[in-house]
Ligand binder design. Structure first.
Ligand code: HEC
Length: 433
């Protein structure tokens, strides 16, 4: 066989780094745990070995006997059922991986941490959220979520075991559970659901090989939607962690996804500059909502109306309606844009609505300043100063009177919304020896 000597010298094909990206791109859409076309789940080596109705998809060492290969080979390959066929190089890669023994080199499941981290310096603080019942504030730190009594800001819990980088923490509509979404970049994305009463994780799943972003609850609390660095939009069952829908409609990282229209639709925002309206049940793309001029960096849902706000690459927050655009819209127009808010020099780092939807807070770089504006008029309510470095998380108290911020400097700051006055600031954890 020509080239065998050369191949013997080449490094073994990596399942995690080389095979997964091919299958993810061309096959996962129809063959994942939530959608088992032909009864085949192609998202793990154990499931490739198990295969479907007709037996194993992969026979280690024997590419010719592996249905995975026969399905994608030949003049008119059966798979993928829709979309571009695999290139000869991609088929050859899959064959080589099988010939070499179909080894699984995916990273092990994240170790579940039980010990609180010992901090030598104040931790970077990120995502935060007040529970809708007004009782709790949750703040993401390093591998743990800090829980405070909302009124006194007394710390009442350290929930250890959250992802290395947490993008979003969000209380369920009934305030009984907390969703934690994030991951370890390039290794895994994680979704967790914690029980507020016991401080225990009810669900911990790692459905992707790269970070996940956003994390909005359906109005009935049964589902979560997340975006991914793998360009996915996923709907996850909040009780079991099972994925029920995956849409691959974006061409770049999906940095936010939320529910709309009572939970029947999704809105996703991506670095590919589009804000998309999707059917929640099957991921079908219904429309592009915006005039795709800037990457969508952060996306949040209006708490009362079918609107979303996103922070974009043009360093400001924009408010959008979530209806499909009128037919034949001139591509130069942007009919869903409702309002643009104040801009920053080098980017927006955090954005939050008040619970009544009347106010919007945002923060940007370089100055680490936060501002609050009225959503309807755009009028500036207050300007919150004194931060050192960027702000990564902010949340309004449920009554809308206070805004809490946190970020690079590791301090929680509490401001009076109406005046912008700093009420208190403190580091929320003790330092180690
Ligand atoms: C658009 C949906 C879709 C995509 C994308 C897709 N498949 Fe399938 N696949 C199906 C359906 C439907 C079946 C059931 C059999 C059939 O209808 O041909 C199936 C069956 C299979 C089977 C089982 C065949 C058997 O006889 O047991 C394998 C293996 C398979 N697909 C591999 C792949 C691979 C590999 C890819 C990516 C290169 C892929 N599929 C992409 C829809 C899809």
């Amino acid at each position: 066989m020509v080239g065998l000597g050369f191949q013997a010298l080449a490094a073994e094909v990596s399942y995690h780094r080389e095979v997964v990206p091919v299958l993810q791109r061309h096959c996962y859409g129809c063959h994942h745990p939530g959608k088992l076309k032909g009864d085949v789940d192609l998202t793990s080596v154990s499931n490739l070995l198990k295969g479907g109705k007709h037996g194993a998809a992969v026979v280690p060492g024997d590419a010719a006997k592996s249905v995975l290969i026969t399905e994608v080979s030949g003049a008119d390959p059966a798979m993928p059922k829709d979309g571009d066929r695999l290139s000869p190089q991609q088929v050859e890669l899959l064959e080589r991986w099988i010939r070499e023994g179909a080894h699984d080199d995916s990273p092990p499941a994240p170790p579940v941490r039980t010990e609180s981290p010992v901090y030598q310096a104040p931790p970077v603080l990120g995502a935060m959220d007040f529970s809708g019942d007004g009782q709790w504030l949750a703040v993401a730190a390093y591998h743990e979520v800090l829980v405070f009594e909302a009124g006194t800001l007394r710390r009442v819990g350290r929930w250890v075991g959250s992802p290395a980088r947490t993008d979003t923490v969000r209380f369920s509509p009934d305030s009984k559970r907390l969703a934690v979404v994030g991951g370890d970049p390039g290794v895994r994305g994680e979704v967790q659901v914690w029980d507020v009463g016991s401080g225990k994780a009810l669900v911990r799943v790692a459905p992707s090989q790269d970070s996940l972003f956003g994390g909005d609850w359906s109005p009935d609390g049964t589902r979560l939607v997340v975006g991914g660095a793998d360009r996915s939009v996923r709907v996850i069952d909040s009780g079991t962690g099972r994925e029920s829908m995956r849409a691959m409609v974006h061409s770049d990282w999906v940095l936010g996804a939320v529910f709309a229209q009572g939970g029947s639709r999704l809105i996703s925002g991506s670095r590919d500059r589009s804000l998309r309206l999707l059917e929640a049940s099957n991921g079908r793309m219904l429309d592009v909502l915006n005039r795709e001029t800037e990457p969508v960096v952060r996306l949040i849902r209006h708490p009362k109306e079918d609107r979303v706000a996103f922070a974009g690459g043009e360093s400001r927050v924009r408010l959008y309606k979530t209806e499909a655009k009128p037919p034949n819209t001139d591509p130069g127009r942007d009919p869903n844009l409702v309002r643009e808010f104040d801009s920053y020099g080098d980017g927006v780092t955090a954005v939050a609505f008040s619970a009544d939807g009347l106010r919007l807070a945002h923060a940007g770089i370089p100055d680490g300043e936060a501002r609050i504006q009225e959503v309807d008029s755009g009028k500036r309510v207050s300007t919150l100063k004194g931060h050192e470095g960027p702000i990564f998380g902010m949340a309004f108290s449920v009554d809308g009177a206070r805004l809490v911020t946190g970020g690079y400097e590791g301090q929680l700051r509490v401001f009076e919304v109406s005046t912008g006055k700093l009420l208190t600031n403190f580091c929320p954890v003790e330092m180690g020896r």
